[in-house]
Design a protein around this ligand. Sequence first.
Ligand SMILES: [Zn+2]
Length: 156
Amino acid sequence: MKPYEKLLLENKVWAAEKVMDDPNFFNRLADLQTPEFLWIGCSDSRVPANEITGTRPGEIFVHRNVANMVVHTDLNLLTVLDYAVNHLKVKHIIVCGHYGCGGVKASMTNHNFGIINKWLRNIKDVYRFHREEVDNIKNEDDRINRMVELNVQEQV
Ligand SMILES: [Zn+2]
């Protein structure tokens, strides 16, 4: 079985289990979406919003990109934000970073990542604002993790 076939099969198993537990599960979800939270998180596959918060489908509205950025010119983010606030009436907006973020780590180098450089430029601005503090941290992992924290602050 190819990996993508396994995903499709797992999805069918998941859907069947949901219906077995609650025959109206999908009907209820189709009728109403009233999440209390908007989650802006990193695309990193190790930080799935629903799974790490124990929320079920319908409970959290999610936007993800590399390094959980809130970029003022990002029409995708702005659309999600507007829809969440003005239509879904979410009560809370979460910007969630994660230690060891590859996007933050990449932004702290001078490597050429091609098209990704344009996105990393936004994180480099965070570094520029906090350069004195960050450059005084000697351990590389600690320096990156402090940048993860500062990046969340700046995105908020
Ligand atoms: Zn990340």
